[in-house]
Design a protein around this ligand. Structure first.
Ligand SMILES: CCCCCCCCCCC/C=C/C(=O)SCCNC(=O)CCNC(=O)[C@H](O)C(C)(C)COP(=O)(O)OP(=O)(O)OC[C@H]1O[C@@H](n2cnc3c(N)ncnc32)[C@H](O)[C@@H]1OP(=O)(O)O
Ligand SMILES: NC(=O)C1=CN([C@@H]2O[C@H](COP(=O)(O)OP(=O)(O)OC[C@H]3O[C@@H](n4cnc5c(N)ncnc54)[C@H](OP(=O)(O)O)[C@@H]3O)[C@@H](O)[C@H]2O)C=CC1
Length: 271
């Protein structure tokens, strides 16, 4: 990531302040790298201080300074404290990328109330807390802003992940709604929906399921975190200044052809 080619020039983000949630691993880590190398001042957060320390030192080894603040996006006080640090450190915020999230694969019929709630809390309520806090900051400082929410391709549901399908659909329709409500505040709100992307997050999925992930799209391969990061850069930046309320699917065509079973394909559908 220190060397990889970037599709955009290095002017787009020079001196912009960008907050990326969940930046220590996977797609978030690619985002932090690409933004830092594009000249942005990057702030990130996550629950694990150890993972954030590792990220910070990896970037520092290549001359990039990143502010990484342990924060659980489900905790409203922690989110407020995170946002309070930014003006102090960087003077402003230009772009928020809500990438933090996660779920576990399980048949909907077996989900406990608490398990379902945990995923809604993380992906819908946590993301909303970040969105609203950012919007209030931009309103109160009378400055423009841009939000990118990393969601998922929910058009055909997400088999074996009903909780996250519900949460991501919630984020998509929240985004469409506030894209209009917040336009008078000069805030754009868009979503990037990754297909199946090879990240650390895959560790929690059964081997049987993982063997089939490449067949979730007509390219017959997994996506790469960098491919999602570049899409976020495009839609979050001035390169897409006339775009708001949009969902950019980056899934190798998976919304058109392919199957994704997070728990493996049941016998009923086999053959
Ligand atoms: C986004 C769409 C993806 C679609 C699928 C794509 C398929 C291929 C993708 C492979 C690549 C990865 C995709 C990713 O999304 S990667 C991101 C994955 N990363 C993570 O999921 C990590 C973050 N996840 C979590 O932190 C947790 O899973 C979560 C937030 C959901 C819960 O955290 P919390 O700390 O609140 O959890 P608790 O331990 O307190 O448990 C709360 C209840 O949830 C139940 N639970 C938790 N884990 C499981 C499990 N593995 N199986 C069943 N139930 C689980 C837990 O039992 C609690 O409920 P109860 O009190 O009733 O027991
Ligand atoms: N990979 C894929 O195929 C797909 C991924 N996505 C979504 O893209 C995003 C990134 O996924 P990916 O990179 O694969 O997964 P990872 O698990 O690698 O990354 C998720 C990051 O979010 C952080 N995080 C999770 N919950 C919280 C929380 N409550 N507060 C703060 N940080 C949190 C994690 O750090 P920590 O555990 O330290 O908090 C972690 O660094 C997620 O929202 C994911 O669901 C969507 C579709 C497909």
């Amino acid at each position: 990531m220190a060397e990889r080619r970037i599709a955009f020039n290095d002017v787009l983000f020079r001196d912009k302040v960008v907050l990326v949630s969940g930046g220590a691993t996977g797609i978030g880590r690619a985002l932090v790298w690409i933004l830092a190398r594009s000249g942005a001042r990057v702030v990130t957060c996550g629950r694990s201080p150890d993972k954030l320390d590792a990220l910070r030192s990896e970037l520092a080894d290549h001359g990039h300074e990143v502010l990484a603040v342990p924060t659980d996006i489900r905790n409203a006080d922690a989110v407020a404290a995170l946002f309070a640090q930014m003006p102090e450190r960087h003077g402003r915020l230009d772009l928020l990328i809500n990438n933090a999230g996660g779920q576990f694969p399980q048949a909907a019929i077996d989900m406990s109330a608490n398990g379902f709630r945990a995923v809604i809390d993380n992906n819908l309520l946590g993301t909303w807390s970040m969105m609203q806090t950012a919007a209030r900051h931009w309103r109160d400082t009378n400055t423009p802003g841009s939000i990118v929410n990393v969601v998922a391709v929910v058009d055909r549901g997400i088999l074996g992940a009903a909780h996250t399908a519900a949460a991501r659909a919630g984020v998509i329709y929240l985004s469409k709604t506030v894209a209009v409500e917040w336009m008078p505040l000069n805030i754009r709100v868009n979503c990037v929906a990754p297909g199946t992307i090879f990240t650390e997050g895959m560790a929690g999925y059964p081997e049987e399921a993982k063997k089939t992930f490449a067949r979730s799209n007509p390219m017959l391969r997994l996506g790469d975190p960098w491919e999602i990061a570049e899409a976020c850069l495009f839609i979050g930046s001035d390169a897409s200044s006339f775009t708001t309320g949009e969902i950019l699917r980056v899934d190798g065509g998976g919304q058109l052809w392919g199957e994704q079973w997070t728990q493996g394909k049941p016998d009923y559908f086999a053959g």
